[in-house]
Structures are given as structure tokens and as C-alpha cells.
Design a protein around this ligand. Structure first.
Ligand code: P5A
Length: 445
């Protein structure tokens, strides 16, 4: 993409309404625009990152054996009357009447609708196990929408639902989700810690939240200092192998890590004092096992191998896809702007032309731009006529992890400059070498 033709409405001033750094940077970098409290337009740069996050979420769900579908945002109230949640959900639910005076709602979650789909088509244990998921907009009329996309009213969620014959099978699905979530967050360059939590309006008593440590997080967290060092890394996981999956869950949940909702001071105090950490975290996902809570009330049953009919065992699992942008920025920024991890960056590399209009410099930039595209990469070429300082400031603000700077002085010596956004370190090399270096960096992502 050429910046002269892109739509990147960056702001020079700090927006007064933004209280936390991720919100401020998303507004300044022209990623989102607020349309109403907690409701945002996703401008091109923000939309690009959102799509990259979605793609990683999809890939890891499919890898775990889960099947994508798409349910609507609007739901009939009658489904929710069946489960009893239409009255329970309270003011967070946005209720709508259509022209025929039928009660509808903008879905805050989809347990009822997926259970309805299941009961319409599945009636035998032979069709199990089954896990269906979608990535769809949700609406929760939060009392205090704030911090930009972090606590929105309209927000994008990946929500998945497992259907199993036995509790044991459903707990394997729970574990499978835990491991696939760990892998998902790691691919984005995030450390998200599974913490024992409370289930709230979703129900059930087996639930973990995934928290990214950040000062600006809304939850208070208590954890063993060793927990953030746990990494899944490159290990290959066989998601059908129950013991293997359960062992990984044990590895990640044995050390103390809880939110304030489940914190137990006595247990916490058993950890050596120097490892007792108290901090704040951003909840980027939550998994639930709730058994037959919905299948019983909505009549979603299956015939067992010995011919009985039983309510299907279920759980649900959510990732805050749009919230992840905020969490990623909270975890990756400096005073100049965002620093995207390679796994989610909107463009792989920025090209800064220091002397737009100079024939040799323009030609060198074009050649680098084309070469990168030819290798399947997506560069952002700043081809505007602007001061070098202003170009650098924009690149730093929008946070591309790598920058290639091209100017007449360097070209006289056959070099360009390759700069790492995170460390600020620059290296001179030939244009070809810079392209090869970028290709190599992204081979790993
Ligand atoms: C699990 C999937 C559920 O709704 N039902 C379907 C279950 N869980 S949850 O914890 O309530 O939400 C899942 C994740 O969605 C994100 N989230 C939000 N993101 C932005 N703004 C909001 N107002 C908001 N509310 C929830 C969180 O990341 C949460 O973990």
C-alpha cells in the first residue's frame, strides 16, 4: 500500500476522552472512530489488525478440530425464554421489537441459539463429539463502556460451543479449548494466564479466565511469579490425546493464579513470599463447562449407545477478539506509539522515502516495494512529500515492527537503513539484503 493513496487519519493531539494508552493510540493512529458510547467504526488500519487477529483465532480453532459457522447478531426472544435467561439477563441485553411487535434482541452471547441448532439436527451419540464456533459481533449494554474497544457495547467475540455425550468428554473439550487458547495468544505475542474464575450469567462451576497482565487491566489478579514464564512454545499437540491435553492444562493451572473473584488468601500465603504477585489483568478470554444447563431446559438430547435419551453435555468458550487489540497495545507500546508483534502487524514493514521526487530515491523505494510484494509481503510505502521527521513519527505511531529508510546519501554508498521499532536499532545494508532480512523474519510467523 502506498501511503499517499491510503486512508490513515492520524491525530496530532492526544484525544481528551481517552484515559488509557491503548485507547489513545488507537484513536491517534487512525484505527477506530467512536460512533456512540462503546460503538466504533473500524478504520482501515484498525480493521486490518482485527482481521489478522481473527485469522489467527480461526486457524487455531480449526487446528483443535472445531468447526466454524455463522449465526446472526439478532435473535428471537423466545429462544431465551426457553432457557430462562430472557428475564435474568437484565439491562445489559439490548431488546428490540420488529414491525410485527415480535421481541428480538441483539445477541450478547449464543448458548441458546447454538443449542437450538443442535437440537434441530442432532439426535444420536454417533454425531458426537461436536464443537461449533463463530466469530460474530455481540452487544452488551454495559453500564460503563470505557477504554475504547476494551469495554465496548458492540464488540467482536469468538464463541465456541462443545456438545459431548459424557461429562468426561465435555471436560476434554474444556481442556482442548484451554490449550488452543494458550496457543492462540502466544501466536499473537501475548502472555495470557489462565486463572480460576467465577462463571457469572453463563453458568456452571468450572471456568477459567485468560488474563494479560497490564496496569490498566480491570481485574485484580493474584499469581505465583513463576506463572508468566510458562510457555507452550513450538511443541506439537495432538488435540485428540486426552492425557496429553490434560497434562498441559495441569502444567498451566497448578501454580496459583486467580482473579479477585476466587482469590483465597490462605492458599496464596502458602507460596514463598517473594513469589506472591498482586497486579492487574485484562480478560481476553473465558472458558466454561456447564453440563446440561441449556440442553435440559431446551430439550437438546441424544440417544446413548444403550438406547437411553439424555441431555447433551455442553460448555462454551469465548475470546474477546476486538478487546485483544487494546490488550496487545497495552502490552506493546512506548512513548512514541504502538509496537506491533510481527504476528499481528497491519503491514509487515514500512518504507520511508527521505527525498520524494528524487529520481534515484524514488526508483530504489519502488524496487524495494515491488520486491517485498513479490515475496508475498505487505509493505506500507510512505511516498508522500513530507519531512523525514514527520514520516518517522507516523511510522513510530502506527507501530510497524520494521522500517526501511531510503535516502540519497545512503544510496550513494549502495545502502538503505533497516530499523527495528522495538529496539530502535538501525543497520545499514544493501536494499536486497534488507528485503531478504524482512522475508526471513516473517518466515517464522
Ligand atoms: C463464552 C462464549 C461468554 O460470553 N459465552 C460464549 C461465553 N463469555 S464472556 O466471558 O462473557 O465473554 C467472552 C470474552 O468476550 C470479551 N468481552 C468483551 N470485549 C469487549 N467489550 C466487552 N464489553 C466485553 N465483554 C466480554 C472478553 O474478552 C471475554 O473474556
Amino acid at each position: 500500500m502506498r501511503l499517499s493513496r491510503y486512508f490513515l487519519p492520524v491525530l496530532k493531539e492526544n484525544p481528551a476522552e481517552a484515559q488509557i494508552v491503548s485507547h489513545r493510540l488507537m484513536l491517534r493512529a487512525g484505527m477506530i472512530k467512536q460512533q456512540a458510547a462503546g460503538i466504533y467504526s473500524w478504520l482501515p488500519l484498525g480493521y486490518k489488525v482485527l482481521k489478522r487477529i481473527e485469522q489467527i483465532v480461526h486457524e487455531e480453532q480449526v487446528r483443535a478440530g472445531h468447526i466454524p459457522l455463522l449465526m446472526p447478531t439478532l435473535q428471537p426472544a423466545d429462544l431465551w425464554r426457553e432457557s430462562g435467561r430472557y428475564d435474568d439477563y437484565g439491562q445489559e441485553m439490548l431488546r428490540i421489537k420488529d414491525r410485527h411487535e415480535r421481541d428480538m434482541l441483539y445477541g450478547p452471547t449464543n448458548e441458546e441459539m447454538i443449542t437450538d441448532i443442535f437440537r434441530s439436527y442432532v439426535s444420536s451419540y454417533k454425531q458426537l463429539p461436536l464443537t461449533l464456533y463463530h466469530i460474530q459481533w455481540k452487544f452488551r449494554d454495559e453500564v460503563r463502556p470505557r477504554f475504547g474497544v476494551m469495554r465496548g457495547r458492540e464488540f467482536l467475540m469468538k464463541d465456541g460451543y462443545n456438545f459431548d455425550l459424557t461429562k468426561e468428554d465435555a471436560l476434554h473439550a474444556y481442556n482442548r479449548h484451554m490449550v488452543s487458547y494458550l496457543r492462540t495468544y502466544e501466536r499473537m505475542g501475548l502472555t495470557a494466564i489462565p486463572m480460576r474464575a467465577a462463571s457469572g450469567p453463563i453458568g456452571g462451576d468450572n471456568t477459567h479466565e485468560f488474563l494479560v497482565l497490564a496496569q490498566t487491566g480491570e481485574s485484580e489478579v493474584f499469581y505465583d511469579a513463576k506463572v508468566p514464564d510458562l510457555k507452550l512454545g513450538e511443541r506439537a499437540v495432538d488435540y485428540d490425546n486426552r492425557d496429553e491435553v490434560a497434562a498441559i492444562c495441569e502444567e498451566f493451572t497448578t501454580l496459583y493464579a486467580r482473579t479477585d473473584e476466587t482469590h483465597d488468601e490462605a492458599v496464596f500465603n502458602q507460596i514463598p513470599e517473594e513469589r506472591r504477585m498482586v497486579g492487574r489483568g485484562i480478560e481476553v478470554g473465558q472458558i466454561f463447562y456447564f453440563g446440561t444447563k441449556y440442553s435440559e431446559s431446551m430439550g437438546a438430547t441424544v440417544v446413548t449407545p444403550d438406547g437411553n435419551r439424555v441431555p447433551v453435555e455442553m460448555g462454551s468458550h469465548g475470546i474477546g477478539v476486538s478487546r485483544l487489540l487494546g490488550a496487545l497495545i497495552e502490552a506493546n507500546h512506548d512513548d512514541k506509539g504502538i509496537i506491533w508483534p510481527e504476528g499481528v502487524t497491519p503491514f509487515h514493514v514500512g518504507i520511508v522515502n527521505l527525498k520524494q521526487g528524487d529520481t534515484a530515491t524514488d526508483a530504489a523505494c519502488e524496487a524495494i516495494y515491488k520486491a517485498l510484494q513479490g515475496r508475498g509481503l505487505d509493505p506500507l510505502y510512505d511516498d508522500r512529500e513530507d519531512r523525514a521527521g514527520a514520516k518517522f513519527a507516523t511510522m513510530d505511531l502506527i507501530g510497524l515492527p520494521w522500517r526501511i529508510t531510503v535516502g540519497p546519501r545512503g544510496l550513494a554508498n549502495n545502502v538503505v537503513e533497516l530499523t527495528c521499532r522495538r529496539t530502535g536499532e538501525s543497520e545499514e545494508m544493501s536494499a536486497t539484503a534488507a528485503v531478504e532480512r524482512i522475508v526471513k523474519i516473517y518466515e517464522a510467523h
